[in-house]
Design a protein around this ligand. Structure first.
Ligand code: NAI
Ligand code: MG
Length: 490
């Protein structure tokens, strides 16, 4: 097989056909590769190894070999390495940004979050402590120790590959675990580049192992491996179930982050003009391909007409194009997601929702090759419609008019998901009641997401999964508790 030279748009941080196992940059044992595409053009950016169970097995062995020494390092030393890694990410920020833009198709959206995530986790590394326990008699001491699990596994999606990689790797290794992680086949380059910087920072070989490959091959092999002692998975509910079933066979604990159908609830006293830009961004940011996308607008009928009119105007101003240009919204990640989202646009029409704007592929030559879709609003969506229930993972907003706060709450909670929710109101009492009533892992008042908050735990209620990342106990969640009792014998 002949392999094209790396795309000149890429940085020296990624090389053709390599994954990271035991500190070595290696191809797959099978020699097979996967093409990574530029979603704005459909052109090949680079090839990565098509790893499978034998690559995962090699990675688990390398991680297991590295574990005892890594576990026994001073946590202060581990924190220092994470800080050094964060510094290198800052130093290479433009290259990393460019890489993520190339493979995800998103535009530049400001400073990358990865280095500050790592410094946050580094700060927790040497604050993992157990308890001293009361005892019935003075000749006994009772303690708890927090110990790492050993080799942990991670499977991450393609929508925010840099943050997703750091979110799993950072806390896991800060706690003294070693990790085998599989990036998504559609966006493995940013994780590979970050892993290269981790090695340059001095994180020892085998502590971080990155196996690239397809889900049913390399992905499925991770939770199935008996050497994995804790898992994390971010992605679709169906794959999450498969990962959890594999974990059940080995009694492996895990956390799951499975997306959402997150409501933006506008009560009749909402500050509409303040809301419009965030409602727009909430569903067009990353082309709607984020688990926390505000994909349902639950709006009181008293302000419904005004809100839809202003939203239509705001959507018309969303600039769509390749992420390398000055745009607000790039393409979708892949042909598969393109078909999926276009399919939902058809479903919405067939279900009888009113198309307000968008609804297809934007017109124009530059949109013909990539995986573009217009920012779309469907109005008069009923709670039982598929476009009100199912995660579309595209820039498609479903507007559900309601009468009063009680119906708003019922509709907002009326899906299987519960990842994030927003309520917009000028009345503190109504806000408090909605905050209490909304079934979601994060509730925001008068904003979309937890902007401005440091260390906001992230994760789902109900069908959106379980477990929390990003918060003050991120590192603790990668430890297990050992109770110790010590009795003096003389
Ligand atoms: P997916 O859940 O299939 O892929 C996510 C990750 O799981 C990727 O790394 C993939 O290679 C891996 N994977 C796939 N099958 C696997 C298996 N059998 N065993 C182990 N790992 C496996 O999601 P996909 O197909 O990329 O997207 C489909 C839909 O999933 C999206 O439209 C969206 O609704 C949802 N999704 C949600 C995400 C979130 O952030 N919660 C992220 C990505 C997708
Ligand atoms: Mg899949």
């Amino acid at each position: 097989m002949t392999i094209a030279p790396p795309d000149p748009r890429l940085t020296g941080l990624v090389t053709e056909n390599t994954q990271l196992i035991g500190g070595e940059w290696v191809p797959a044992a099978s020699g097979q590769t996967i093409e990574v595409l530029d979603p704005a053009t459909g052109e090949t950016l680079l090839h990565v190894p098509r790893g499978n169970a034998s690559d995962v097995d090699a990675a688990v062995s390398a991680a297991a070999a590295a574990f005892p020494k890594w576990r026994d390092t001073s946590p202060t030393f581990r924190a220092g390495l994470l800080m050094r890694w964060a510094e290198l990410i800052d130093k290479h920020e433009q290259e990393i940004d460019r890489l993520e833009i190339s493979e995800v198709g998103r535009p530049h959206w400001g400073p990358l979050p990865m280095s500050r995530m790592l410094t946050y986790f580094a700060g927790q590394a040497d604050k993992v402590h157990g308890l001293s326990l009361p005892t019935h008699t003075p000749d006994v001491l009772g303690l708890t120790l927090r110990e790492p699990y050993g080799v942990v596994g991670g499977i991450i999606p393609w929508n925010a590959p840099g943050p997703n990689f750091v979110m799993d790797v950072g806390p896991a290794i800060a706690a003294g675990n070693t990790i085998v992680i599989k990036p998504a086949e559609d966006a493995p380059l940013t994780p590979l580049a970050l892993a290269r910087l981790a090695m340059q920072a001095g994180i020892p070989p085998g502590v971080i192992n990155v196996v690239t490959g397809y889900g049913p091959e390399a992905g499925a092999a991770i939770p199935a491996h008996p050497g994995i002692s804790r898992m994390s998975f971010t992605g679709s509910p169906a794959t999450g179930s498969a990962v959890m079933a594999a974990c059940a066979r080995n009694h492996t604990p895990l956390h799951l982050e499975l997306g959402g159908k997150s409501p933006q609830v506008l009560l009749d006293d909402a500050d509409v003009d303040a809301a419009i830009p965030q409602l727009t961004r909430g569903i067009t940011h990353n082309s709607g391909q984020i688990c926390a996308a505000g994909s349902r607008l639950v709006v009181d009928r008293k302000i419904h007409a005004e809100v839809v009119r202003k939203l239509r105007e705001a959507f018309a101003r969303v600039r769509v194009g390749p992420g390398t240009e000055q745009v607000d919204m790039g393409p979708l990640i892949s042909a598969k997601q393109h078909q999926r989202v276009l399919g939902y646009l058809k479903v919405g029409r067939e279900e009888g929702a009113e198309l307000v704007t968008g609804g297809g592929v934007p017109a124009g030559e530059k949109f013909e090759r990539g995986f573009f879709v217009e920012p779309t609003i469907f109005d008069q969506v009923r709670p039982d419609m598929r476009i009100a229930q199912e995660e579309i993972f595209g820039p498609v907003l479903s507007v559900l008019p309601v009468d009063g706060d009680e119906e708003a709450l019922e509709v907002a909670n009326g899906t299987e998901y519960g990842l994030v929710a927003s309520v917009w109101t000028s009345d503190i009492g109504r806000a408090v009641r909605m905050v209490r009533g909304l079934q979601a892992g994060q509730v925001a008042v008068n904003q979309w997401l937890s902007g401005g908050v440091i260390g906001a735990p992230f994760g789902g209620y109900r069908g959106s999964g379980f477990g929390r990342t990003m918060g003050a106990d991120s590192v603790l969640s990668y430890t297990q508790v050992k109770t110790v009792s010590i009795r003096g014998t003389r």
